[in-house]
Design a protein around this ligand. Structure first.
Ligand SMILES: Nc1ncnc2c1ncn2[C@@H]1O[C@H](COP(=O)(O)OP(=O)(O)OP(=O)(O)O)[C@@H](O)[C@H]1O
Ligand SMILES: [Mg+2]
Length: 481
């Protein structure tokens, strides 16, 4: 299938030669001395450290010994061409961004180079400002990835929080706080809007506590009628109520020695609140219908996405329970209040979902990243995660453009994106992109069951299969639920 080529050279927000660029080092691989010289002048003036190689083998050697932040690679090198060299660079350093330079920038070359992992493509004679903007964007992204790795390493060393991403002041404070509280048995209350990572933090506290080898038992207290909730939490003896045909352990016992995570605590009924308060006070309880007291050693972590103080004022939440729970409070800020975490989180989810779907590494185009950073994220990290997963699944190239993000995030419709991105694409090409996307969406909804998708489309399965082949759609199993 011929592809509609999406813009690889999206402009970057104005950020003249300063700050970041001074630290970055760039390797230029080009056989023409004139080109090397003019790039050297241009890049040095911008504060970059520049190294030169006149041919591929020399370039590869330099990449093996030095740490570069970016490579500018000529496509038409004598001997080993730039396109042949590119995979060998990527083999050595998969994360190193490579921008191709060519005089013959045909669409085929662009597609091939990008498939092979090139960051971007620049045609000779280039426009200095645009080239510098591309370089800034690529080095910034590379830096974010490196930081991500670095951060994961240190967090892992310090606290074993390797799956929690964040570098904002507010998240670093959260990391410190959870590291402090993890070793004790104190009750922790985690407050934050929906999707801010409350359960993830609760698990991290458990995983870093001396209880880590015992169970972490989550229960969504808001999703159950009180009777069921009570029998789930406290267990019951045989005959305690009509359907209690056998006795059953409660979650307080299941979590003995470990951690019980009471999620969405604000919606719990007042009666159940009173019973929980009693367990919190003396770590004892009775099975429903039972007479024997049971002693447990359970750490309680509670979470809420509403303001519990307000619920207390409104008489919906017991004040005494609030004070019992509120020994240590972790306030998780909404994502829009820590936008500097967005690029790190986006890269984290890109890596996760590419690996999970067995795909090569994926990156976001500069305009896609900008749209993500600018958006307000009412659904917080979960919404970001879902948007990235969708982008990874829908994309057929290693760079995910803003057209693959939901329209309410970019503020543009899919049609707008298609028409703007490549004004010269033929109607046939555009329709293929749309068809491909609709089929993938449908397969996603049918959990990749082709028979079901064909039935819903009311086409024979064989027709769907032909389309899947022609449109180069990889059949995948659904990842995490
Ligand atoms: N800082 C983070 N780093 C990496 N992943 C994160 C981070 N914060 C949240 N996530 C991911 O976002 C998703 C939502 O997180 P989680 O379920 O913990 O949120 P929540 O606050 O409990 O949401 P809700 O209120 O809707 O239950 C999860 O897949 C989680 O792994
Ligand atoms: Mg949750």
């Amino acid at each position: 299938m011929s592809e509609v080529v999406l813009p690889l050279n999206a402009p970057v927000s104005a950020n003249p030669s300063n700050g970041n660029s001074s630290a970055a080092s760039i390797l230029v691989i080009d056989d023409e001395a004139g080109i090397r010289e003019s790039l050297e002048v241009l890049l040095s003036l911008e504060g970059y450290t520049v190294a030169m190689a006149a041919e591929g083998a020399e370039g590869l050697r330099m990449i093996e010994v030095d740490n570069f932040d970016l490579v500018l690679l000529d496509l038409a090198l004598p001997g080993q061409s730039g396109l042949e060299l590119l995979p060998r660079i990527k083999e050595r350093q998969p994360e190193l961004p490579v921008i191709m330079i060519t005089a013959y920038g045909t669409v085929d070359n662009v597609v091939e180079a990008v498939r092979a992992g090139a960051e971007n493509f620049v045609q000779k004679p280039w426009d200095n400002e645009k080239l510098l903007a591309d370089i800034r964007s690529a080095t910034a992204r590379h830096k974010a990835e490196e930081e991500n790795l670095q951060l994961k390493r240190t967090l892992k060393q310090r606290y074993n929080f390797s799956n929690i991403v964040g570098k904002s002041e507010s998240m670093l404070r959260v990391f410190d706080l959870i590291a402090q509280v993890a070793p004790s048995r104190s009750t922790v209350l985690i407050q934050g809007e929906s999707g801010t990572g409350k359960e993830l933090i609760a698990k991290a506290i458990h995983a870093n506590s001396p209880r880590r080898d015992k169970s972490f038992v989550p229960i969504n207290t808001g999703a159950m009628p009180s009777e069921l909730l009570e029998s789930t939490l406290f267990g019951h003896v045989k005959g305690a109520f009509t359907s209690a045909i056998a006795s059953k352990k409660g979650l307080f016992e299941v979590a003995n020695g470990g951690t019980l995570f009471l999620d969405e605590i604000a919606t719990m009924g007042l009666d159940t609140q009173a019973k929980i308060l009693r367990v919190l006070q003396d770590r004892r309880f009775m099975h429903l219908g039972g007479v024997q007291e049971i002693q447990v050693d359970v750490r309680i972590i509670a979470a809420t996405n509403v303001d519990l103080r307000q619920a207390v004022r409104e008489g919906k939440f017991r004040e005494d329970l609030f004070y019992r729970l509120n020994v240590i409070t972790v306030d998780l800020p909404p994502l829009r209040a820590r936008r500097e975490d967005i690029p790190l989180l986006a890269q984290h989810f890109l890596n996760f979902y590419a690996t999970e779907n067995g795909l090569p590494p994926r990156k976001l185009s500069a305009d896609a990243l900008r749209a993500l950073v600018d958006y307000d994220w009412p659904g917080n990290v979960r919404e970001l995660e879902n948007s990235i997963e969708r982008g990874v699944v829908l994309s057929s190239s290693p760079i995910i453009g803003s057209d693959l993000l939901p329209g309410h995030i970019t503020g543009r419709s899919f049609q707008d994106a298609l028409l703007d991105h490549n004004p010269n694409a033929s109607l046939f090409d555009i329709l293929e992109v749309i068809e491909r996307r609709i089929i993938i969406e449908k397969l996603e909804r049918c959990n990749w069951n082709q028979t079901e998708a064909a039935e819903q489309f009311r086409i024979p399965l064989s027709t769907l299969n032909q389309k899947i082949k022609r449109l180069n759609i990889e059949i995948r199993k659904k990842g995490r639920e």
